[in-house]
Design a protein around this ligand. Structure first.
Ligand SMILES: Cc1cc2nc3c(=O)[nH]c(=O)nc-3n(C[C@H](O)[C@H](O)[C@H](O)COP(=O)(O)OP(=O)(O)OC[C@H]3O[C@@H](n4cnc5c(N)ncnc54)[C@H](O)[C@@H]3O)c2cc1C
Length: 426
């Protein structure tokens, strides 16, 4: 095997206060929030649209943002973007929630299934309004480190290899690409056999016309069809870690061939694949091992350093708070994460990764880096009360009200006691 010693001398192309790597919903939230604080901010996105799994990956559903008893838990930028997505794209917000939190008790949950591409363009508008710079079709490759302090990031794009410097780096690549390469400890995941696209057919179009609703023109077409709980994962299909190019390619090939087989079963002249996921539908490749990892057993617990409250999207009542420590490590003072690479164990990690939680943790890190820069401290040492006050002023719920906590605090997840679901759930 031959090898080369491949080095380049790079000048700093541009200096930033904050660089956000990865323009999924968490990254956009972080970048917009940092820029709204007057920080010179760069958002780097490797694809051609914003929103990540939430748009490019066709995961176009804000899962429930309430406790299942008519009380909203997740607000802030998530509330703003939920309403925004319903303005021009599909509006599937239940009637009970159309005007905000219902006045009457309801078990109908607050969700919104939106148009992925219209929402992606709305996110672009949000970034532009904030004044953050954006690079599309640009990969954040390696962090430039001095010890555990990040000085910037090396990128690859049409222009070649470039270097952007920063005071704070936020890795929202979803895969911890940059933090992992910086040496931040991470926890690898594994993924079920899932690849879901959208099909249109003559029948679905007819239905849409009959109901006068374009939403009904789309149906789901699957490669691998496996759900959140891995029900029916075929024994002969491995879980994919998704952390190297061979595995990613294998996942895509297997799923694309299966989707074609499934298409062949539909009628030739009456259908078309309208959208496929243009990034792998991996729930997790890896997440950071933060100063704290959220636990299922933290349900109903208040944390002094909470930056937001979140609810369970599958079950009623269950509430958690997200400590700042799940988004950073004290030994890496100017690097943070948010969204699906936040630190959590088992199902607690699932709670952190979904779109509403990803947006709200993105907003939290955008504010945290602003305070850290202002005060010249590491991200783990920001003035937590001030951070909480800023987020509260932006309509984020920091601590859930105790009156939302039910008397029976038992947690049953997917029919199992919480203690039976530890660590291995993806
Ligand atoms: C099958 C499946 C079903 C799901 N169902 C739901 C659901 O119904 N509702 C829900 O709320 N959530 C759901 N989720 C979870 C949710 O979609 C994601 O966890 C969430 O969107 C993650 O957002 P994020 O911003 O953290 O990361 P991502 O959406 O992964 O965004 C990461 C972004 O970074 C970019 N990027 C990656 N690497 C680099 C790099 N090196 N340089 C530059 N850019 C880079 C990517 O292109 C992407 O845009 C589901 C997930 C999956 C996989």
């Amino acid at each position: 095997m031959s090898s080369i010693n491949y080095t380049k001398n790079l000048e700093v192309k541009k200096e930033y206060d904050v660089i956000v790597c990865g323009g999924g919903v968490a990254g956009v939230a972080a970048a917009v929030t940092a820029a709204n604080n007057g920080l010179k901010t760069l958002l780097i996105e490797k694809s051609n649209i914003l929103g990540g799994l939430g748009t490019l990956g066709l995961i176009n559903l804000f899962v429930p943002m309430c406790n299942g008893r008519g009380k909203q838990i997740i607000f802030g930028l998530c509330e703003k973007w939920t309403r925004l997505s319903a303005e021009y794209g599909f509006d599937t917000i239940p009637d009970e929630w159309k005007e905000g939190e219902p006045k009457e008790y309801t078990e109908v949950r607050y969700i919104q299934r939106y148009s992925p591409y219209i929402f992606a363009f709305q996110l672009l508008e949000e970034v532009e309004k904030s004044g953050a710079d954006l690079l599309y079709d640009c990969i954040a490759c390696d962090p430039v480190m001095e010890g555990n302090v990040c000085r910037g990031v090396i990128t690859e794009s049409k222009g070649g290899t470039e270097y952007y410097s920063c005071k704070m780096l936020i890795d929202t690549t979803g895969d911890c690409d940059v933090l992992r390469r910086a040496g931040v400890p991470t926890v690898a995941g594994a993924n079920f056999f899932t690849y879901l696209g959208k099909l249109v057919s003559i029948d679905s179009c007819r239905r849409a016309v009959e109901r006068n609703n374009i939403f009904d023109a789309f149906t789901t077409i699957a490669g691998g069809p496996i759900n959140l709980w891995g029900d029916d994962q075929p024994a002969d299909v491995p879980l994919w870690a998704g952390l190297d190019v061979d595995e990613v390619t294998d996942y895509l090939k297997v799923n694309q061939k299966l989707m074609l087989e499934n298409v062949k079963k539909t009628h030739k002249d009456s259908r078309e694949i309208a959208m496929i996921p243009l990034m792998p539908q991996f729930r997790t490749t890896c997440h950071i091992l933060g100063d704290y990892s959220l636990q299922v057993d933290d349900v109903y617990k208040h944390f002094d350093d909470s930056v937001c409250a979140i609810n369970d999207f599958e079950h009623r009542d269950y509430l958690w708070e997200v400590p700042l420590r799940t988004l950073c490590r004290r030994d890496y003072p100017n690097m943070m994460t948010a969204g699906r690479s936040a630190s959590g164990d088992g199902y607690a990690w699932d709670l952190l990764r979904v779109i509403p939680a990803a947006i709200i943790t993105g907003q939290a890190v955008g504010e945290a880096v602003a305070l850290a820069i202002r005060d010249g401290v590491g991200v783990a040492d920001v003035n937590i009360k001030e951070l909480q006050n800023k987020l509260t002023a932006e309509n984020v719920m920091i601590h859930f009200p105790d009156e939302y906590v039910p008397e029976d605090k038992t947690i049953i997840l997917h029919g199992k006691n919480a203690s039976e679901i530890t660590g291995g759930h993806f």
